[in-house]
Design a protein around this ligand. Structure first.
Ligand SMILES: [Zn+2]
Length: 316
């Protein structure tokens, strides 16, 4: 079968990454520009345009059949992007319409970034064998996407899959969203950093102190993940606890949706098999009996490329 090609744009808070992707999930060329998110929507759109033009030039005879964009924020069916966190003065922008005006001969589709990553795993990664799964992205915050019958389930307004705001304690700590006890308030950046700093006060040596040079305000999730990956027992302890809590929220969603598989992406999932194991043990303990035996929690396979691949997957 002849390969088809599409352009995938991974719009992030700090960088725009754009690539030329073939229908077998290979990235043939990619570039990376600064998002300039602090300068407002027109500046961001300029960066997207420049990155796409550059890919078109490098594509040569591999003519792309369209442009897909994974964007933070809520994305509606018309490709309007609403309130992406960390992009200044961006209330609602008709991004699909704008891109269609700039690139007249291209098909344009836009999807929320977590949904795009879920699509990438479904088409090209750990989810290829599974028509139905819950995708969870665990990094600074917690996001997700639901794949049903090999397609993303968006919900009526595109907001489906927000697993970060499943509450695991109605009396729990306040969350940025206004609710209480959301799982993100337990396993997101703020909580993980605080919890780690607390444990470090009373405890033994830890590799993390070397990594942050003694400054506990720099205990970002990636530092904890890296230390755990290098075998640090305190970092492993923190992430095992957090994985157990995340598993509570995942089990709730799996029970509601009758799902058996969850795929975990994002920076923390790379800390080691023990994190995935902690999540899986917690999920198994909590799902309904008939679901229990074939529950699977798997690490995502595409890492940082998931954004570009999923975006391209929208038009491939
Ligand atoms: Zn919340």
């Amino acid at each position: 079968m002849k390969s088809r090609f599409a352009i995938g744009v991974d719009l992030g808070a700090t960088t725009v990454k754009t690539g030329l992707v073939s229908s077998d999930g290979k990235i043939h060329y990619q570039n990376k520009l600064s998002t300039n998110g602090e300068l407002g929507p027109p500046a961001v759109i300029k960066q997207i345009e420049a990155s796409v033009r550059d890919v078109i030039v490098h594509a040569g005879k591999k003519k792309p059949s369209g442009i897909g964009i994974g964007s933070p924020g809520l994305v509606d069916d018309e490709g309007n992007v609403k309130s992406p966190p960390n992009l200044a003065r961006w209330d609602e922008v008709p991004l699909a319409h704008t891109m269609k005006k700039i690139f007249r001969r291209q098909r344009v589709k836009i999807e929320n970034d977590a949904n795009a990553a879920a699509i990438a795993e479904s088409r090209f990664g750990a989810g290829k064998k599974f028509p139905n799964f819950l995708f969870v992205i665990w990094g600074t915050g917690v996001g997700g996407g639901i794949i049903l019958d090999n397609k993303i389930y968006r919900g009526p307004t595109g907001g489906a899959g927000e697993i970060g705001h499943v509450s695991i304690d109605y009396n729990g700590p306040p969350c940025n969203c206004g609710s209480r006890g959301c799982v993100e308030a337990y396993v997101g950046q703020r909580y993980l950093s605080q919890r780690t700093a607390e444990k470090l006060k009373s405890r033994r040596e830890s590799k993390m102190m070397e990594l942050v040079k003694g400054d506990t305000t720099k205990l970002e999730p990636e530092v904890i993940a890296r230390a755990a990956h290098e075998g640090d027992s305190l970092a492993k302890e923190v992430l095992t606890e957090a994985g157990t809590l995340l598993g509570v929220a995942i089990a709730d969603v799996m029970n509601v949706m009758d799902l058996r598989v969850s795929i975990i992406g994002g920076g923390i999932s790379g800390a080691g098999d023990f994190v995935i194991q902690a999540i899986q043990d917690s999920v198994r303990e909590r799902v309904l009996r008939p679901l229990q035996h074939d529950i699977r929690v798997l690490p995502a396979e595409l890492g940082n490329n998931a954004g570009i691949l999923g975006a391209a997957g929208l038009v491939l």
